[in-house]
Design a protein around this ligand. Structure first.
Ligand code: ADP
Ligand code: ZN
Length: 725
């Protein structure tokens, strides 16, 4: 090296592509970057944004190195977040670049928000005073910066008045920093009076804040005050100047949580979910990166926000299946939240009335601490739960509601209270067939029946979204008016209810009934008593507080038990517990009625007796016996292709190259229960290992030995699968 040539600086940059490792780039003279810096780099013919990583991993001929083109003026992605990307990638087998990509979702926010153009009184007076000018100056004389429109609105004048004053040099131009997306939460704003039980629970959580990594299960029946309690842990973190993330399974619908947070802290948390307006999204991202946003309430993707100083994660309803992402990077936000806490050395709180078996076992075995709230707050009692044996009390012909349930609905609305009928099925009917030739309406691209949505007059595929008009005549035999709807969806239950209670105000709530805004309004209306009877899907089960709701009827409790999912019983128990928990939250006597053809099923018995512990013991014992999670490890490999033959052949090829192992076995391939989705044929392999087995290394070896994915073939690995379809 000659004396005057400086050594070339080389840094790795993680680009948002399916790249297995960061690529090396040179740093031009005079450019300052550090690990975590967000930069723009050339990649092939294009430019992409990426994150400067830690140590170079590949050896590139210095002559071939390309320079970083731009460093954004943005706080760097912190060390814990970078290790998090590595960890998630290694656990899920996703490319690290694809995980890093989740941190780069708001490109417009990599540059600082431009300040607002403002004005400030310069100390002069206008040559001619009018009453309008007088009003503006009365405000402006405080010497603070205003926007022109802001001071005009405050003074009740038009902006031409302000502009007129500005022309006379009454103001100086100033820059006003972009305003915060949410105000700062004040931990002393409205401190609650907790019951002794709640106090003890809150103290235990508060103690953990600032004391390194821990995971705590906050286990309390619906309405016991879990939210109230974890808000105190959040207050403690905010007092310590930390950022907090609250993960909620259905953020778009949890307006009530935002309001409660506001009541406690005098400000709302920032929201993060896919439904945010792009501009809001960018501002939240930026202000999280700058540490200006202290508390985020968000969907699972908020784990990948650029926090600078994260000090607590709360996962509310930790058992909820919505925490599993099954798209590109297959990850469990609940499990990854714990990893994030470990890497960031801060506590994680998992809250639920019906914790997942995995979390229960972690608590039993001492990996997680457990804090319990055994009773509802104050005078509120749990609903009285009863099973309706549908074999003994069947519905009237053509109906789905047992006379016993209808009678209770009648009594409830007579008392001017609200009833909820729950059925986890959108639309009118899950299957339509022709009475003459037996033709069944199936999706062209999927192996699933088309669901009739009568309000919209459509037949809809719930897999791929395909929809078509419901014809008058059978497309197969041409017979008119002989199509029948088989089985109920919420719309059909609502129809039955209206027949029985034509004067009651009945409302259907399901996720296909409108956007987030509309649904939020509907929930508010229900909470305000503007409906007598609500017919809803699982959307209504989650976290809502309907003060006047005293009856919950489960239309078909058996629906989720039939599929081959190892978590079927657990899921059914959780969902039904949660939905019946909507009743009686404010102290009124309440009732939950569960329509079932299997009243002796362990799930129904556990629900009715309130003996959750016995149910969990059985579930845990069964999982242990069968070496299922958390006593064993599972991963799914889904092979899909344009034709069945290609998918099957490739799945078989994977099976053939599967290495032998003393503690890991491969099951399948088998055609997936959802054999075709959006025109792609699917085969599944299931990899099953002992608890301590290194399933990731095994999968890597298997995939490395696999034949190339030719043509339309795709292989998707799902570690810790939640779905078996
Ligand atoms: P969970 O999260 O366990 O379902 P919540 O925190 O939502 O329970 O509490 C249920 C209801 O009881 C809410 O309306 C809440 O405001 C009220 N509540 C719980 N604890 C208290 C308390 N200490 N003081 C006042 N209200 C409370
Ligand atoms: Zn379809």
């Amino acid at each position: 090296m000659s004396e005057d040539s400086k050594p070339l600086r080389v840094v790795p940059v993680m680009v948002p592509m399916p790249a297995e490792r960061p690529y090396s780039y040179s740093v031009p003279d005079g450019m300052a970057v550090e690990p975590g810096s967000i930069v723009r780099v050339p990649l092939g013919p294009r430019e992409v944004s990426g994150i400067v990583w830690d140590t170079p991993t590949d050896k590139v001929d210095p002559k071939k190195l390309r320079p970083i083109s731009h460093v954004f003026d943005c706080p760097p992605i912190d060390e814990a977040s970078r290790r998090f990307v590595d960890w998630v990638a290694s656990w899920t087998l996703a490319a690290p670049g694809m995980v890093a990509r989740m941190y780069l979702r708001a490109p417009a926010a990599f540059d600082p928000e431009p300040p607002l153009e403002g004005i400030r009184w310069a100390g002069n007076e206008p040559d001619r005073m009018t009453s309008a000018r007088q009003r503006v100056l009365e405000l402006a004389r405080d010497g603070m910066a205003w926007t022109r429109s802001g001071v005009a609105r405050a003074a009740g004048v038009s902006t031409t008045v302000v502009n007129g004053l500005a022309e006379q040099g009454i103001f100086e131009e100033v820059k006003i920093p972009a305003p915060p997306v949410v105000a700062l939460p004040d931990p002393e704003y409205a401190t609650p009076t907790l019951s002794p039980n709640q106090r003890a629970a809150a103290d235990e959580l508060v103690q953990k804040v600032g004391a390194g990594f821990s995971t705590t299960l906050l286990d309390g029946v619906t309405g016991s005050g879990k939210t109230e309690v974890y808000l105190e842990a959040i207050a403690a973190a905010v007092r310590q100047g930390k950022q907090v993330l609250v993960l909620v399974p259905e953020i778009a619908l949890t307006a009530a949580f935002l309001d409660r947070f506001h009541d406690r802290f005098g400000a709302k948390p920032a929201e993060w979910h896919s439904d945010l307006a792009p501009r809001t999204r960018e501002r939240v991202w930026r202000q999280v990166a700058e540490g200006r946003v202290r508390v985020v309430a968000g969907a699972r993707s908020s784990l990948f926000l650029p926090f600078q100083n994260l000090g607590l994660i709360v996962v509310d309803e930790e058992h909820d299946p919505a925490y599993k992402q099954e798209d590109r990077v297959y990850y469990s936000a609940r499990d990854m939240a714990v990893v994030r806490g470990h890497l960031g050395k801060f506590p994680v709180v998992l809250a639920s009335a019906t914790p997942s078996v995995e979390t229960q076992v972690n608590a039993l075995q001492g990996r997680y601490s457990k804090v319990v709230l055994p009773t509802r707050f104050a005078s509120a009692a749990m609903p009285d739960l009863r099973a309706i044996d549908m074999r003994k009390a069947p519905p009237a012909r053509g109906g789905f509601l047992s006379p016993a349930l209808i009678e209770e609905v009648a009594k409830t609305i007579e008392r001017k209270e609200q009833a909820l009928l729950f059925l986890n099925r959108r639309g009118y009917a899950p299957l339509t067939l022709c009475r003459v030739c037996g033709h069944r309406f199936q999706c062209e691209g999927c192996s699933s029946w088309l669901v009739e949505h009568r309000f919209r007059g459509k037949l809809v595929c719930h897999q791929c979204g395909h929809n078509e008009h419901r014809p008058e005549a059978c497309p197969s035999c041409g017979t008119l008016d002989h199509l029948v709807a088989c089985g109920p969806g919420v719309e059909r239950i609502a129809e039955e209810i209206v027949q029985h209670f034509p004067d009651a105000r009945t409302i259907v709530l399901s996720s296909d009934m409108g956007g987030v805004k509309r649904l939020r309004l509907e929930f508010e209306a229900v909470a305000n008593g503007e409906a007598d009877i609500v017919v809803g899907t699982q959307l209504v089960a989650k976290g809502h507080n309907f003060p006047n709701m005293t009856l919950v009827g489960v239309v078909d409790a058996d629906i989720g038990l039939a599929n081959g999912d190892p978590r079927a019983a657990e899921r059914t128990f959780q969902l039904l517990n949660q939905v019946t928990g909507r009743a009686g939250r404010t102290g009124k006597k309440s009732l939950g009625l569960i329509q079932t053809y299997q009243p002796h099923h362990p799930v129904m018995r556990a629900l009715v007796s309130g003996q959750a512990e016995a149910f969990y013991e059985q579930e845990i014992a069964a999982r242990e016996r069968e070496h299922l999670p958390p006593f064993g490890r599972l991963a799914a490999i889904v092979v899909s292709a344009a034709t069945r033959a290609e998918a099957e052949a490739h799945a078989r090829a994977l099976r053939r190259v599967a290495p032998g192992s003393p503690d890991i076995s491969v099951l399948g391939p088998a055609e997936a229960p959802l054999a075709v989705v959006a025109g792609r044929h699917r085969f599944r392999l299931l990899v099953h290992g002992e608890r301590k087995s290194d399933i990731q290394s095994y999968l890597r070896a298997l995939l490395a030995a696999a034949p190339k994915e030719r043509g339309s073939i795709r292989v998707q690995v799902d570690v810790d699968p939640q779905s078996f379809l």
